[in-house]
Design a protein around this ligand. Structure first.
Ligand SMILES: C[S@@+](CC[C@H](N)C(=O)[O-])C[C@H]1O[C@@H](n2cnc3c(N)ncnc32)[C@H](O)[C@@H]1O
Length: 234
Protein backbone atom coordinates (compact mmCIF):
# COMPACT_ATOMS: atom_id res chain seq x y z
CA UNK A 1 0.00 0.00 0.00
CA UNK A 2 1.54 3.28 -1.09
CA UNK A 3 -0.11 6.16 0.73
CA UNK A 4 -0.56 9.73 -0.50
CA UNK A 5 1.53 12.29 1.45
CA UNK A 6 -1.55 13.32 3.48
CA UNK A 7 -2.43 9.79 4.55
CA UNK A 8 1.23 8.89 5.12
CA UNK A 9 1.58 11.92 7.41
CA UNK A 10 -1.28 10.58 9.53
CA UNK A 11 -0.13 6.94 9.46
CA UNK A 12 3.36 8.00 10.59
CA UNK A 13 1.84 9.48 13.76
CA UNK A 14 0.52 6.10 14.97
CA UNK A 15 2.54 4.61 17.81
CA UNK A 16 4.14 1.27 16.92
CA UNK A 17 2.53 -1.72 18.63
CA UNK A 18 -0.87 -0.22 19.40
CA UNK A 19 -4.28 -1.08 17.98
CA UNK A 20 -5.44 1.83 15.81
CA UNK A 21 -9.03 2.74 14.94
CA UNK A 22 -9.52 4.68 11.71
CA UNK A 23 -12.88 6.44 11.95
CA UNK A 24 -14.34 7.49 8.58
CA UNK A 25 -11.86 5.14 6.93
CA UNK A 26 -13.53 5.00 3.48
CA UNK A 27 -10.99 2.87 1.55
CA UNK A 28 -9.12 1.61 4.67
CA UNK A 29 -5.77 2.63 3.17
CA UNK A 30 -4.34 3.70 6.53
CA UNK A 31 -5.22 0.49 8.44
CA UNK A 32 -3.83 -1.62 5.58
CA UNK A 33 -0.59 0.40 5.55
CA UNK A 34 -0.27 0.04 9.34
CA UNK A 35 -0.63 -3.75 9.14
CA UNK A 36 1.53 -4.23 6.06
CA UNK A 37 4.34 -2.25 7.62
CA UNK A 38 4.00 -4.08 10.95
CA UNK A 39 3.29 -0.85 12.78
CA UNK A 40 0.09 -2.25 14.34
CA UNK A 41 -0.81 -5.86 15.17
CA UNK A 42 -4.51 -5.12 14.54
CA UNK A 43 -6.71 -2.22 13.46
CA UNK A 44 -10.34 -1.17 13.23
CA UNK A 45 -11.59 0.39 9.99
CA UNK A 46 -14.94 2.03 10.61
CA UNK A 47 -17.28 4.26 8.65
CA UNK A 48 -20.80 5.58 8.92
CA UNK A 49 -21.89 4.55 5.44
CA UNK A 50 -22.25 1.22 3.63
CA UNK A 51 -20.51 2.35 0.41
CA UNK A 52 -17.19 3.24 2.06
CA UNK A 53 -17.41 0.08 4.19
CA UNK A 54 -17.73 -1.99 1.02
CA UNK A 55 -14.67 -0.17 -0.42
CA UNK A 56 -12.82 -0.96 2.81
CA UNK A 57 -13.82 -4.65 2.78
CA UNK A 58 -12.71 -5.10 -0.83
CA UNK A 59 -9.32 -3.43 -0.32
CA UNK A 60 -8.70 -5.32 2.92
CA UNK A 61 -9.70 -8.62 1.29
CA UNK A 62 -7.35 -7.94 -1.65
CA UNK A 63 -4.55 -7.26 0.83
CA UNK A 64 -5.28 -10.55 2.67
CA UNK A 65 -5.86 -8.74 5.96
CA UNK A 66 -9.46 -9.72 6.81
CA UNK A 67 -8.26 -11.44 10.00
CA UNK A 68 -6.34 -8.42 11.28
CA UNK A 69 -8.56 -5.48 10.35
CA UNK A 70 -12.03 -5.30 11.87
CA UNK A 71 -14.42 -3.51 9.49
CA UNK A 72 -17.26 -1.93 11.41
CA UNK A 73 -20.19 0.37 10.75
CA UNK A 74 -20.24 3.12 13.35
CA UNK A 75 -21.34 6.70 13.66
CA UNK A 76 -18.09 8.23 14.91
CA UNK A 77 -16.82 6.23 17.87
CA UNK A 78 -20.30 5.17 19.01
CA UNK A 79 -19.63 1.48 18.33
CA UNK A 80 -15.95 1.43 19.28
CA UNK A 81 -15.29 0.18 22.83
CA UNK A 82 -13.01 2.07 25.17
CA UNK A 83 -10.56 -0.85 25.41
CA UNK A 84 -10.49 -1.72 21.73
CA UNK A 85 -7.99 0.84 20.40
CA UNK A 86 -5.29 3.15 21.73
CA UNK A 87 -4.68 5.44 18.74
CA UNK A 88 -7.77 7.02 17.19
CA UNK A 89 -7.56 8.45 13.69
CA UNK A 90 -10.07 10.98 12.35
CA UNK A 91 -8.79 12.09 8.94
CA UNK A 92 -10.18 13.81 5.89
CA UNK A 93 -13.17 15.29 7.72
CA UNK A 94 -14.25 18.84 8.44
CA UNK A 95 -13.11 20.22 11.78
CA UNK A 96 -16.67 20.65 13.01
CA UNK A 97 -17.50 16.99 12.45
CA UNK A 98 -14.29 15.98 14.22
CA UNK A 99 -15.25 18.13 17.22
CA UNK A 100 -18.76 16.63 17.28
CA UNK A 101 -17.41 13.06 17.21
CA UNK A 102 -14.79 13.74 19.91
CA UNK A 103 -17.24 15.57 22.17
CA UNK A 104 -19.62 12.65 22.48
CA UNK A 105 -16.96 10.04 23.30
CA UNK A 106 -16.21 10.32 27.01
CA UNK A 107 -13.67 7.47 27.05
CA UNK A 108 -11.22 9.54 25.00
CA UNK A 109 -10.51 11.44 28.23
CA UNK A 110 -7.73 9.01 29.03
CA UNK A 111 -4.07 9.99 28.85
CA UNK A 112 -3.16 6.60 27.34
CA UNK A 113 -5.16 7.31 24.20
CA UNK A 114 -3.79 9.35 21.30
CA UNK A 115 -5.97 11.36 18.98
CA UNK A 116 -4.59 11.71 15.46
CA UNK A 117 -6.69 14.36 13.81
CA UNK A 118 -6.47 15.57 10.23
CA UNK A 119 -9.10 18.29 9.75
CA UNK A 120 -9.75 19.49 6.19
CA UNK A 121 -11.19 22.77 7.49
CA UNK A 122 -11.83 24.67 10.76
CA UNK A 123 -8.66 23.40 12.44
CA UNK A 124 -9.02 26.35 14.83
CA UNK A 125 -12.27 24.85 16.15
CA UNK A 126 -10.55 21.50 16.71
CA UNK A 127 -7.69 23.14 18.63
CA UNK A 128 -10.07 25.20 20.70
CA UNK A 129 -12.16 22.15 21.54
CA UNK A 130 -9.05 20.23 22.60
CA UNK A 131 -7.67 23.06 24.72
CA UNK A 132 -11.03 23.85 26.35
CA UNK A 133 -11.61 20.21 27.24
CA UNK A 134 -8.32 19.24 28.84
CA UNK A 135 -6.55 17.78 25.80
CA UNK A 136 -2.96 18.74 25.10
CA UNK A 137 -1.73 19.07 21.52
CA UNK A 138 1.55 17.14 21.57
CA UNK A 139 2.72 18.05 18.08
CA UNK A 140 1.49 18.90 14.62
CA UNK A 141 2.60 17.89 11.15
CA UNK A 142 2.08 19.45 7.74
CA UNK A 143 2.61 18.23 4.19
CA UNK A 144 2.10 19.22 0.58
CA UNK A 145 -0.10 17.17 -1.71
CA UNK A 146 -1.23 18.34 -5.15
CA UNK A 147 -0.19 21.93 -4.37
CA UNK A 148 -2.36 21.98 -1.24
CA UNK A 149 -1.13 21.97 2.34
CA UNK A 150 -2.61 19.56 4.85
CA UNK A 151 -2.09 19.47 8.58
CA UNK A 152 -2.53 16.83 11.26
CA UNK A 153 -2.55 17.13 15.06
CA UNK A 154 -1.56 14.60 17.69
CA UNK A 155 -3.30 15.16 21.03
CA UNK A 156 -3.95 13.34 24.28
CA UNK A 157 -5.94 13.97 27.44
CA UNK A 158 -3.78 15.78 29.97
CA UNK A 159 -4.12 14.52 33.52
CA UNK A 160 -3.22 18.01 34.72
CA UNK A 161 -4.61 21.53 34.56
CA UNK A 162 -3.82 23.21 31.25
CA UNK A 163 -2.78 26.81 30.75
CA UNK A 164 -5.11 29.06 28.80
CA UNK A 165 -4.11 29.70 25.24
CA UNK A 166 -4.13 32.89 23.23
CA UNK A 167 -6.69 32.98 20.38
CA UNK A 168 -3.77 32.92 17.89
CA UNK A 169 -2.87 29.46 19.21
CA UNK A 170 -6.18 28.09 17.96
CA UNK A 171 -5.25 29.22 14.45
CA UNK A 172 -1.69 27.93 14.22
CA UNK A 173 -1.28 25.56 17.17
CA UNK A 174 2.04 23.74 17.31
CA UNK A 175 2.85 24.40 13.64
CA UNK A 176 5.53 27.04 14.40
CA UNK A 177 7.48 24.36 16.30
CA UNK A 178 7.21 22.05 13.29
CA UNK A 179 9.28 24.44 11.22
CA UNK A 180 8.85 22.74 7.82
CA UNK A 181 8.08 24.58 4.58
CA UNK A 182 4.60 23.02 4.60
CA UNK A 183 3.93 24.24 8.16
CA UNK A 184 5.14 27.73 7.25
CA UNK A 185 2.90 27.72 4.19
CA UNK A 186 -0.10 26.71 6.28
CA UNK A 187 0.55 29.54 8.73
CA UNK A 188 0.86 31.97 5.78
CA UNK A 189 -2.40 30.68 4.27
CA UNK A 190 -4.17 31.07 7.61
CA UNK A 191 -2.96 34.64 7.96
CA UNK A 192 -4.11 35.35 4.39
CA UNK A 193 -7.55 33.87 5.09
CA UNK A 194 -7.96 35.99 8.23
CA UNK A 195 -6.74 39.12 6.46
CA UNK A 196 -9.30 38.59 3.69
CA UNK A 197 -12.07 38.21 6.24
CA UNK A 198 -10.98 41.39 8.04
CA UNK A 199 -11.01 43.30 4.71
CA UNK A 200 -14.46 42.00 3.83
CA UNK A 201 -15.83 43.03 7.23
CA UNK A 202 -14.17 46.44 7.00
CA UNK A 203 -15.43 47.15 3.47
CA UNK A 204 -18.96 46.10 4.42
CA UNK A 205 -18.67 48.07 7.65
CA UNK A 206 -20.10 45.22 9.73
CA UNK A 207 -19.10 43.19 12.80
CA UNK A 208 -16.41 45.57 14.09
CA UNK A 209 -15.79 43.35 17.15
CA UNK A 210 -15.00 40.34 14.98
CA UNK A 211 -12.71 42.44 12.76
CA UNK A 212 -10.85 43.74 15.82
CA UNK A 213 -10.56 40.22 17.28
CA UNK A 214 -9.14 38.84 14.01
CA UNK A 215 -6.80 41.83 13.62
CA UNK A 216 -5.31 41.09 17.04
CA UNK A 217 -4.79 37.45 16.04
CA UNK A 218 -3.09 38.36 12.74
CA UNK A 219 -0.81 40.74 14.64
CA UNK A 220 0.08 38.07 17.17
CA UNK A 221 0.74 35.20 14.76
CA UNK A 222 4.33 36.17 13.73
CA UNK A 223 5.47 36.29 17.34
CA UNK A 224 3.17 33.59 18.46
CA UNK A 225 3.81 31.75 21.66
CA UNK A 226 1.58 30.22 24.27
CA UNK A 227 0.31 32.80 26.68
CA UNK A 228 -0.96 32.02 30.10
CA UNK A 229 -4.06 33.51 31.63
CA UNK A 230 -3.41 36.73 33.43
CA UNK A 231 -4.48 35.17 36.72
CA UNK A 232 -2.15 32.19 36.24
CA UNK A 233 0.95 34.27 35.61
CA UNK A 234 0.25 36.66 38.49
C1 LIG B 1 -13.57 12.34 2.81
S1 LIG B 1 -13.67 10.77 3.48
C2 LIG B 1 -12.09 10.60 4.26
C3 LIG B 1 -11.56 9.22 4.11
C4 LIG B 1 -10.20 8.97 4.75
N1 LIG B 1 -10.28 9.04 6.20
C5 LIG B 1 -9.19 9.97 4.26
O1 LIG B 1 -8.68 10.75 5.05
O2 LIG B 1 -8.91 9.96 3.05
C6 LIG B 1 -14.72 11.00 4.89
C7 LIG B 1 -15.30 9.69 5.37
O3 LIG B 1 -15.90 9.92 6.64
C8 LIG B 1 -17.09 9.18 6.69
N2 LIG B 1 -17.95 9.76 7.71
C9 LIG B 1 -18.68 10.90 7.63
N3 LIG B 1 -19.35 11.10 8.79
C10 LIG B 1 -19.02 10.07 9.61
C11 LIG B 1 -19.40 9.70 10.92
N4 LIG B 1 -20.27 10.44 11.63
N5 LIG B 1 -18.89 8.58 11.45
C12 LIG B 1 -18.02 7.81 10.75
N6 LIG B 1 -17.64 8.10 9.49
C13 LIG B 1 -18.13 9.22 8.93
C14 LIG B 1 -17.64 9.25 5.29
O4 LIG B 1 -18.56 8.21 5.03
C15 LIG B 1 -16.37 9.14 4.45
O5 LIG B 1 -16.08 7.80 4.12
Amino acid sequence: MKLSPRLKMVADMVRPGVVAADIGTDHAYIPIYLLQNQICPRAIASDLRQGPLENARMTIFAAGLMGEIDVRQSDGLDRIGAHEAQDIILAGMGGNLIVDLLARTAWLRNSEKRLLLQPMSHAEDVRQYLCDNGFKILFEQACFEDKRVYIALCACFADAPLPCFSPAYYYIGELPANGTAAAEKHIKNTTGRLTKRISALTVADIKPEEAAYLRAIVKEIPNHRRTRCADESS
